[in-house]
Design a binder for this molecule. Sequence first.
Ligand code: SUG
Length: 447
Amino acid sequence: MNAVEANYDGLIGPTHNYGGLSVGNVASAANRGAVSHPREAALQGLEKMKLLQSAGRIQGVLPPHERPAIWRLRQLGFTGSDEQVLEKAWKEAPALVRRASSASAMWTANAATVSPSADTYDGRLHMSVANLVSMPHRALEAEQTARSLRAAFPGDEHFAIHDALPMQGDFADEGAANHVRLCAEQGAPGVEIFVYGRSAFDEAPRAKFPARQTLEACQAIARRAGLDPARTVYIRQSHEAIDAGAFHNDVVCVGMERCLFFHEKAFDDKEKAMADIRRAAEGLFEPEFIEAPEAEIPIGDAISSYLFNSQLLRWPNESRLFLLTPAETEETPATYKYVDQLLKRNTAIGRWTVVDVRQSMRNGGGPACLRLRVVLNEDEQAAANPSMILDHARYDVLRRWIEKHYREDLADNELGDPALLNESRTALDELTGILGLGADFYPFQRG
Ligand code: SUG
């Protein structure tokens, strides 16, 4: 079978900043207007990629999007040269420039929902690009994301990349952040779990913060991939979790192979969720549920520490799974104690390491947000674009590229600076060469 789980991380872009743009995302709101450190941010992300690459895993790189998105500001009526568009927009409507400047495409768990070929009706790997309509700054991402994914997974023999669902609230979709796949081993058919916060047909919102994923979006994604309904599960997120700041399910839940690790408050009806998963897995595997109780980890600590936003990895030559959490998990007493004891118990999780992604964390993006998991069989590995996969040499080139082009600090009042626009474009233009993306990858390159 020899299928493996690859991780495609978003390279953090040169305009990484704290715009306070995401309602319901506690970290984004708390850090609004703080000075960001784009260079440090991008290097932290790159080091995380290197950790996995060095262990012999397939580690892909998805490029940042063009920001500021001058094309969007033009759609909104600003005219003149690109520099003039930016200056005028900053003067008249700085909030629009903030939205057009977010480096949010770095969180590639929101790029798409991925169904491995072992689960789909036509034996191809299916991806549905996320429309991200719930947040105006993220709704700009879909088209460029489709372009990136088609570059990384070219041709339609092995890959089916679906454009985003209609850009309307009824089909609000945030990609893999609300999707978990369990299986006996990679390459075998699995159970696909979709977690939604609301239905388009709900009479009234249950949560005070936005529920970003609808049931109808999940169903459409499953339909497009041709998943077996008997192996597909839909779970409602609890409004308590959403209101505590779990704007995506991956803030309170992570799964790998047979193991589902989640917080007690993650789901609306936990017993039903577990029963549905068990039933869907019948004949394939016995799921292992690791539930962290509220009494041991209060939901507020789960969210500030981002324990569940970890990468749960099958590590070479190890029998138990490897938990890669943000450093904040170690620094939060409740989560430190919990994980320390978890490792001593006889569960699927046997090792724990932390990674420093603090720059991203301040916008509510932990290790799991920064990566898109893609299970690839041997043919799919051979068909994936090798220029977008990290190796030692490409790591060195990317590191130098970041050091050369990225600002050390970026303050809110610099977002309207035409120099930032030009620096970012120079950097991205060079990047298209490094990742073999061609000279017409970004809107500014197409003129
Ligand atoms: O969509 N933050 C992102 C964080 C995404 C995290 N992804 C997952 N959990 N998978 C969001 O809320 C904040 C940007 C700002 O405020 O500048 C932001 O978009």
